[in-house]
Ligand binder design. Sequence first.
Ligand code: ZN
Length: 531
Amino acid sequence: MFFVFFQTIAQPLENPFVCGTDGSPSGPGGGPENPICTDPASVRYVRIAVHYLLREDTYVETITDNCNSAIPPYSFTYVGPGNFTETNDGVGNPGYNGFQHAENFVGIANEMLADNQDHWRKTPGVNYPATPPDINIQYLLVGVYFHRDDEAFQPTAGLNIHTKYDVGSNTVIDVYCLHYPGFGRDGEAFEFGGFNKFVFLNDYKHYLKPYCREWSKINTARSMNHEIGHTLNLIHTWSGLDNCNDTPEGFLYDHIDGVNCFPRRANCWTYDSSEPGCPKKPCDEWFKISNNIMDYNHWDPAWTECQIGRMNQNLLGNGNPYIHSCNGCAPSQAFFYVRSPQAVCPPQQGGSNVILNGQPSINENRYLIEICEVLANQPNNCIAGYFNSGWQIGALGNISLSTLYTFQANKVYRIKLTVDNTECPGSDVHEQLLYTTDDCTYPPPPCCFEMAATNPFGSNLTVYYNAPETGNLNLALINLTTSVTTTLYNSSAVTAGFYEQTFQVGQLPSGNYALRAIFNGGIYTKNIVKL
Ligand SMILES: [Zn+2]
């Protein structure tokens, strides 16, 4: 899907590109330190930021997994955040979080661009190159963000969401990943006169299905290439209105609309001889099938010479500020996550373990961490406790800052990361403030247990939960007026999985309750009301 807000530009005669940007000094990660490239064949790095949109509360949905043709479709009740988070994949796996996912699917999308495929459906009379034309465009992931915002799931949210969370204005393409079953499409792209490029990917629905999970990562990469293609001036090809002669329109077939036949352009995304026609079927022969990135298809995608020319033309014009660098090497990008605020506690209360997650930094082969204490209103001035790690060799992953530095409660710290790719000049810096507290009453829960319940409830209370591992579970209702505790469920051997349990609670008085789960020592509560 695409909203057209640009002036249509005719098919370019060639693939003009003059490489001369030094990156925008105003954009995050951009800067005058980036060398100006002179070789038009060198790769241009286009900045993108990935945003995960999450609901404010735990999300419950009935999921039907129909992804494995060897087994019948089955359903389960999903309970979780409804998207990737800072620490897990939203289905209970802490080994694959939103930072890793972003880096993964952006990497797959880059591989698709770097490995352009032969275009299957060719226009008669048009000359095609002997080998697929090169695409000298790569994405540079400059940030990964998480937003818990119910407004993101309103049908009209698109522009509001972008206004709220836009990164780097007209220098970064914002990619918003959301899970919104009411939104019919897999993606949507926006651009306004070549500026203000952003896309939505409604892709988590595939990841939620266990048998689609691995495939969904490739699908996300393909969808992103399609939607970003729209922001770079590409149009769906099957209707024949994309201003490119080398992308033939879809096969004209006889479409059946209930009883009537009428001709329609087929968008054959896969071979399917069962699709009816009267008598011409749409997708029953391989020559009708497309692998073009701007059709809907599930093949390794192809971009034609004309399409590459249109993208280059866009990046020469108003798209140019999105180019970070084009000096033929992969620039490093600093980005990390430290949870803030967080409690610094005495050893007997768990102590402190401040983890810096450096997974979202990319292309670095050395890094340097600086920490110092600051005042909240003067974050640029170190007032005490300056620490410098010195240059560390390798890529940055998870680091326990507490082993490097003694944090104290009720202070503000500035954490500064500098990364470098010694093969590609120009360092990059990312900073974050860490607010510490002494509130050790509620240590952070262990990863991934999730719970929801009917609210308000009557004589039946249905509780939904996701146990990420086997463990002890105690579920109880606590009357907030009388403090009377009613145990609902107690088990020492709940196995990992999604659960839905209904309890008869008609005997309890009306009022405000806390639903409390204790799972493997972690305490989780939700306030709910009995009518
Ligand atoms: Zn589209």
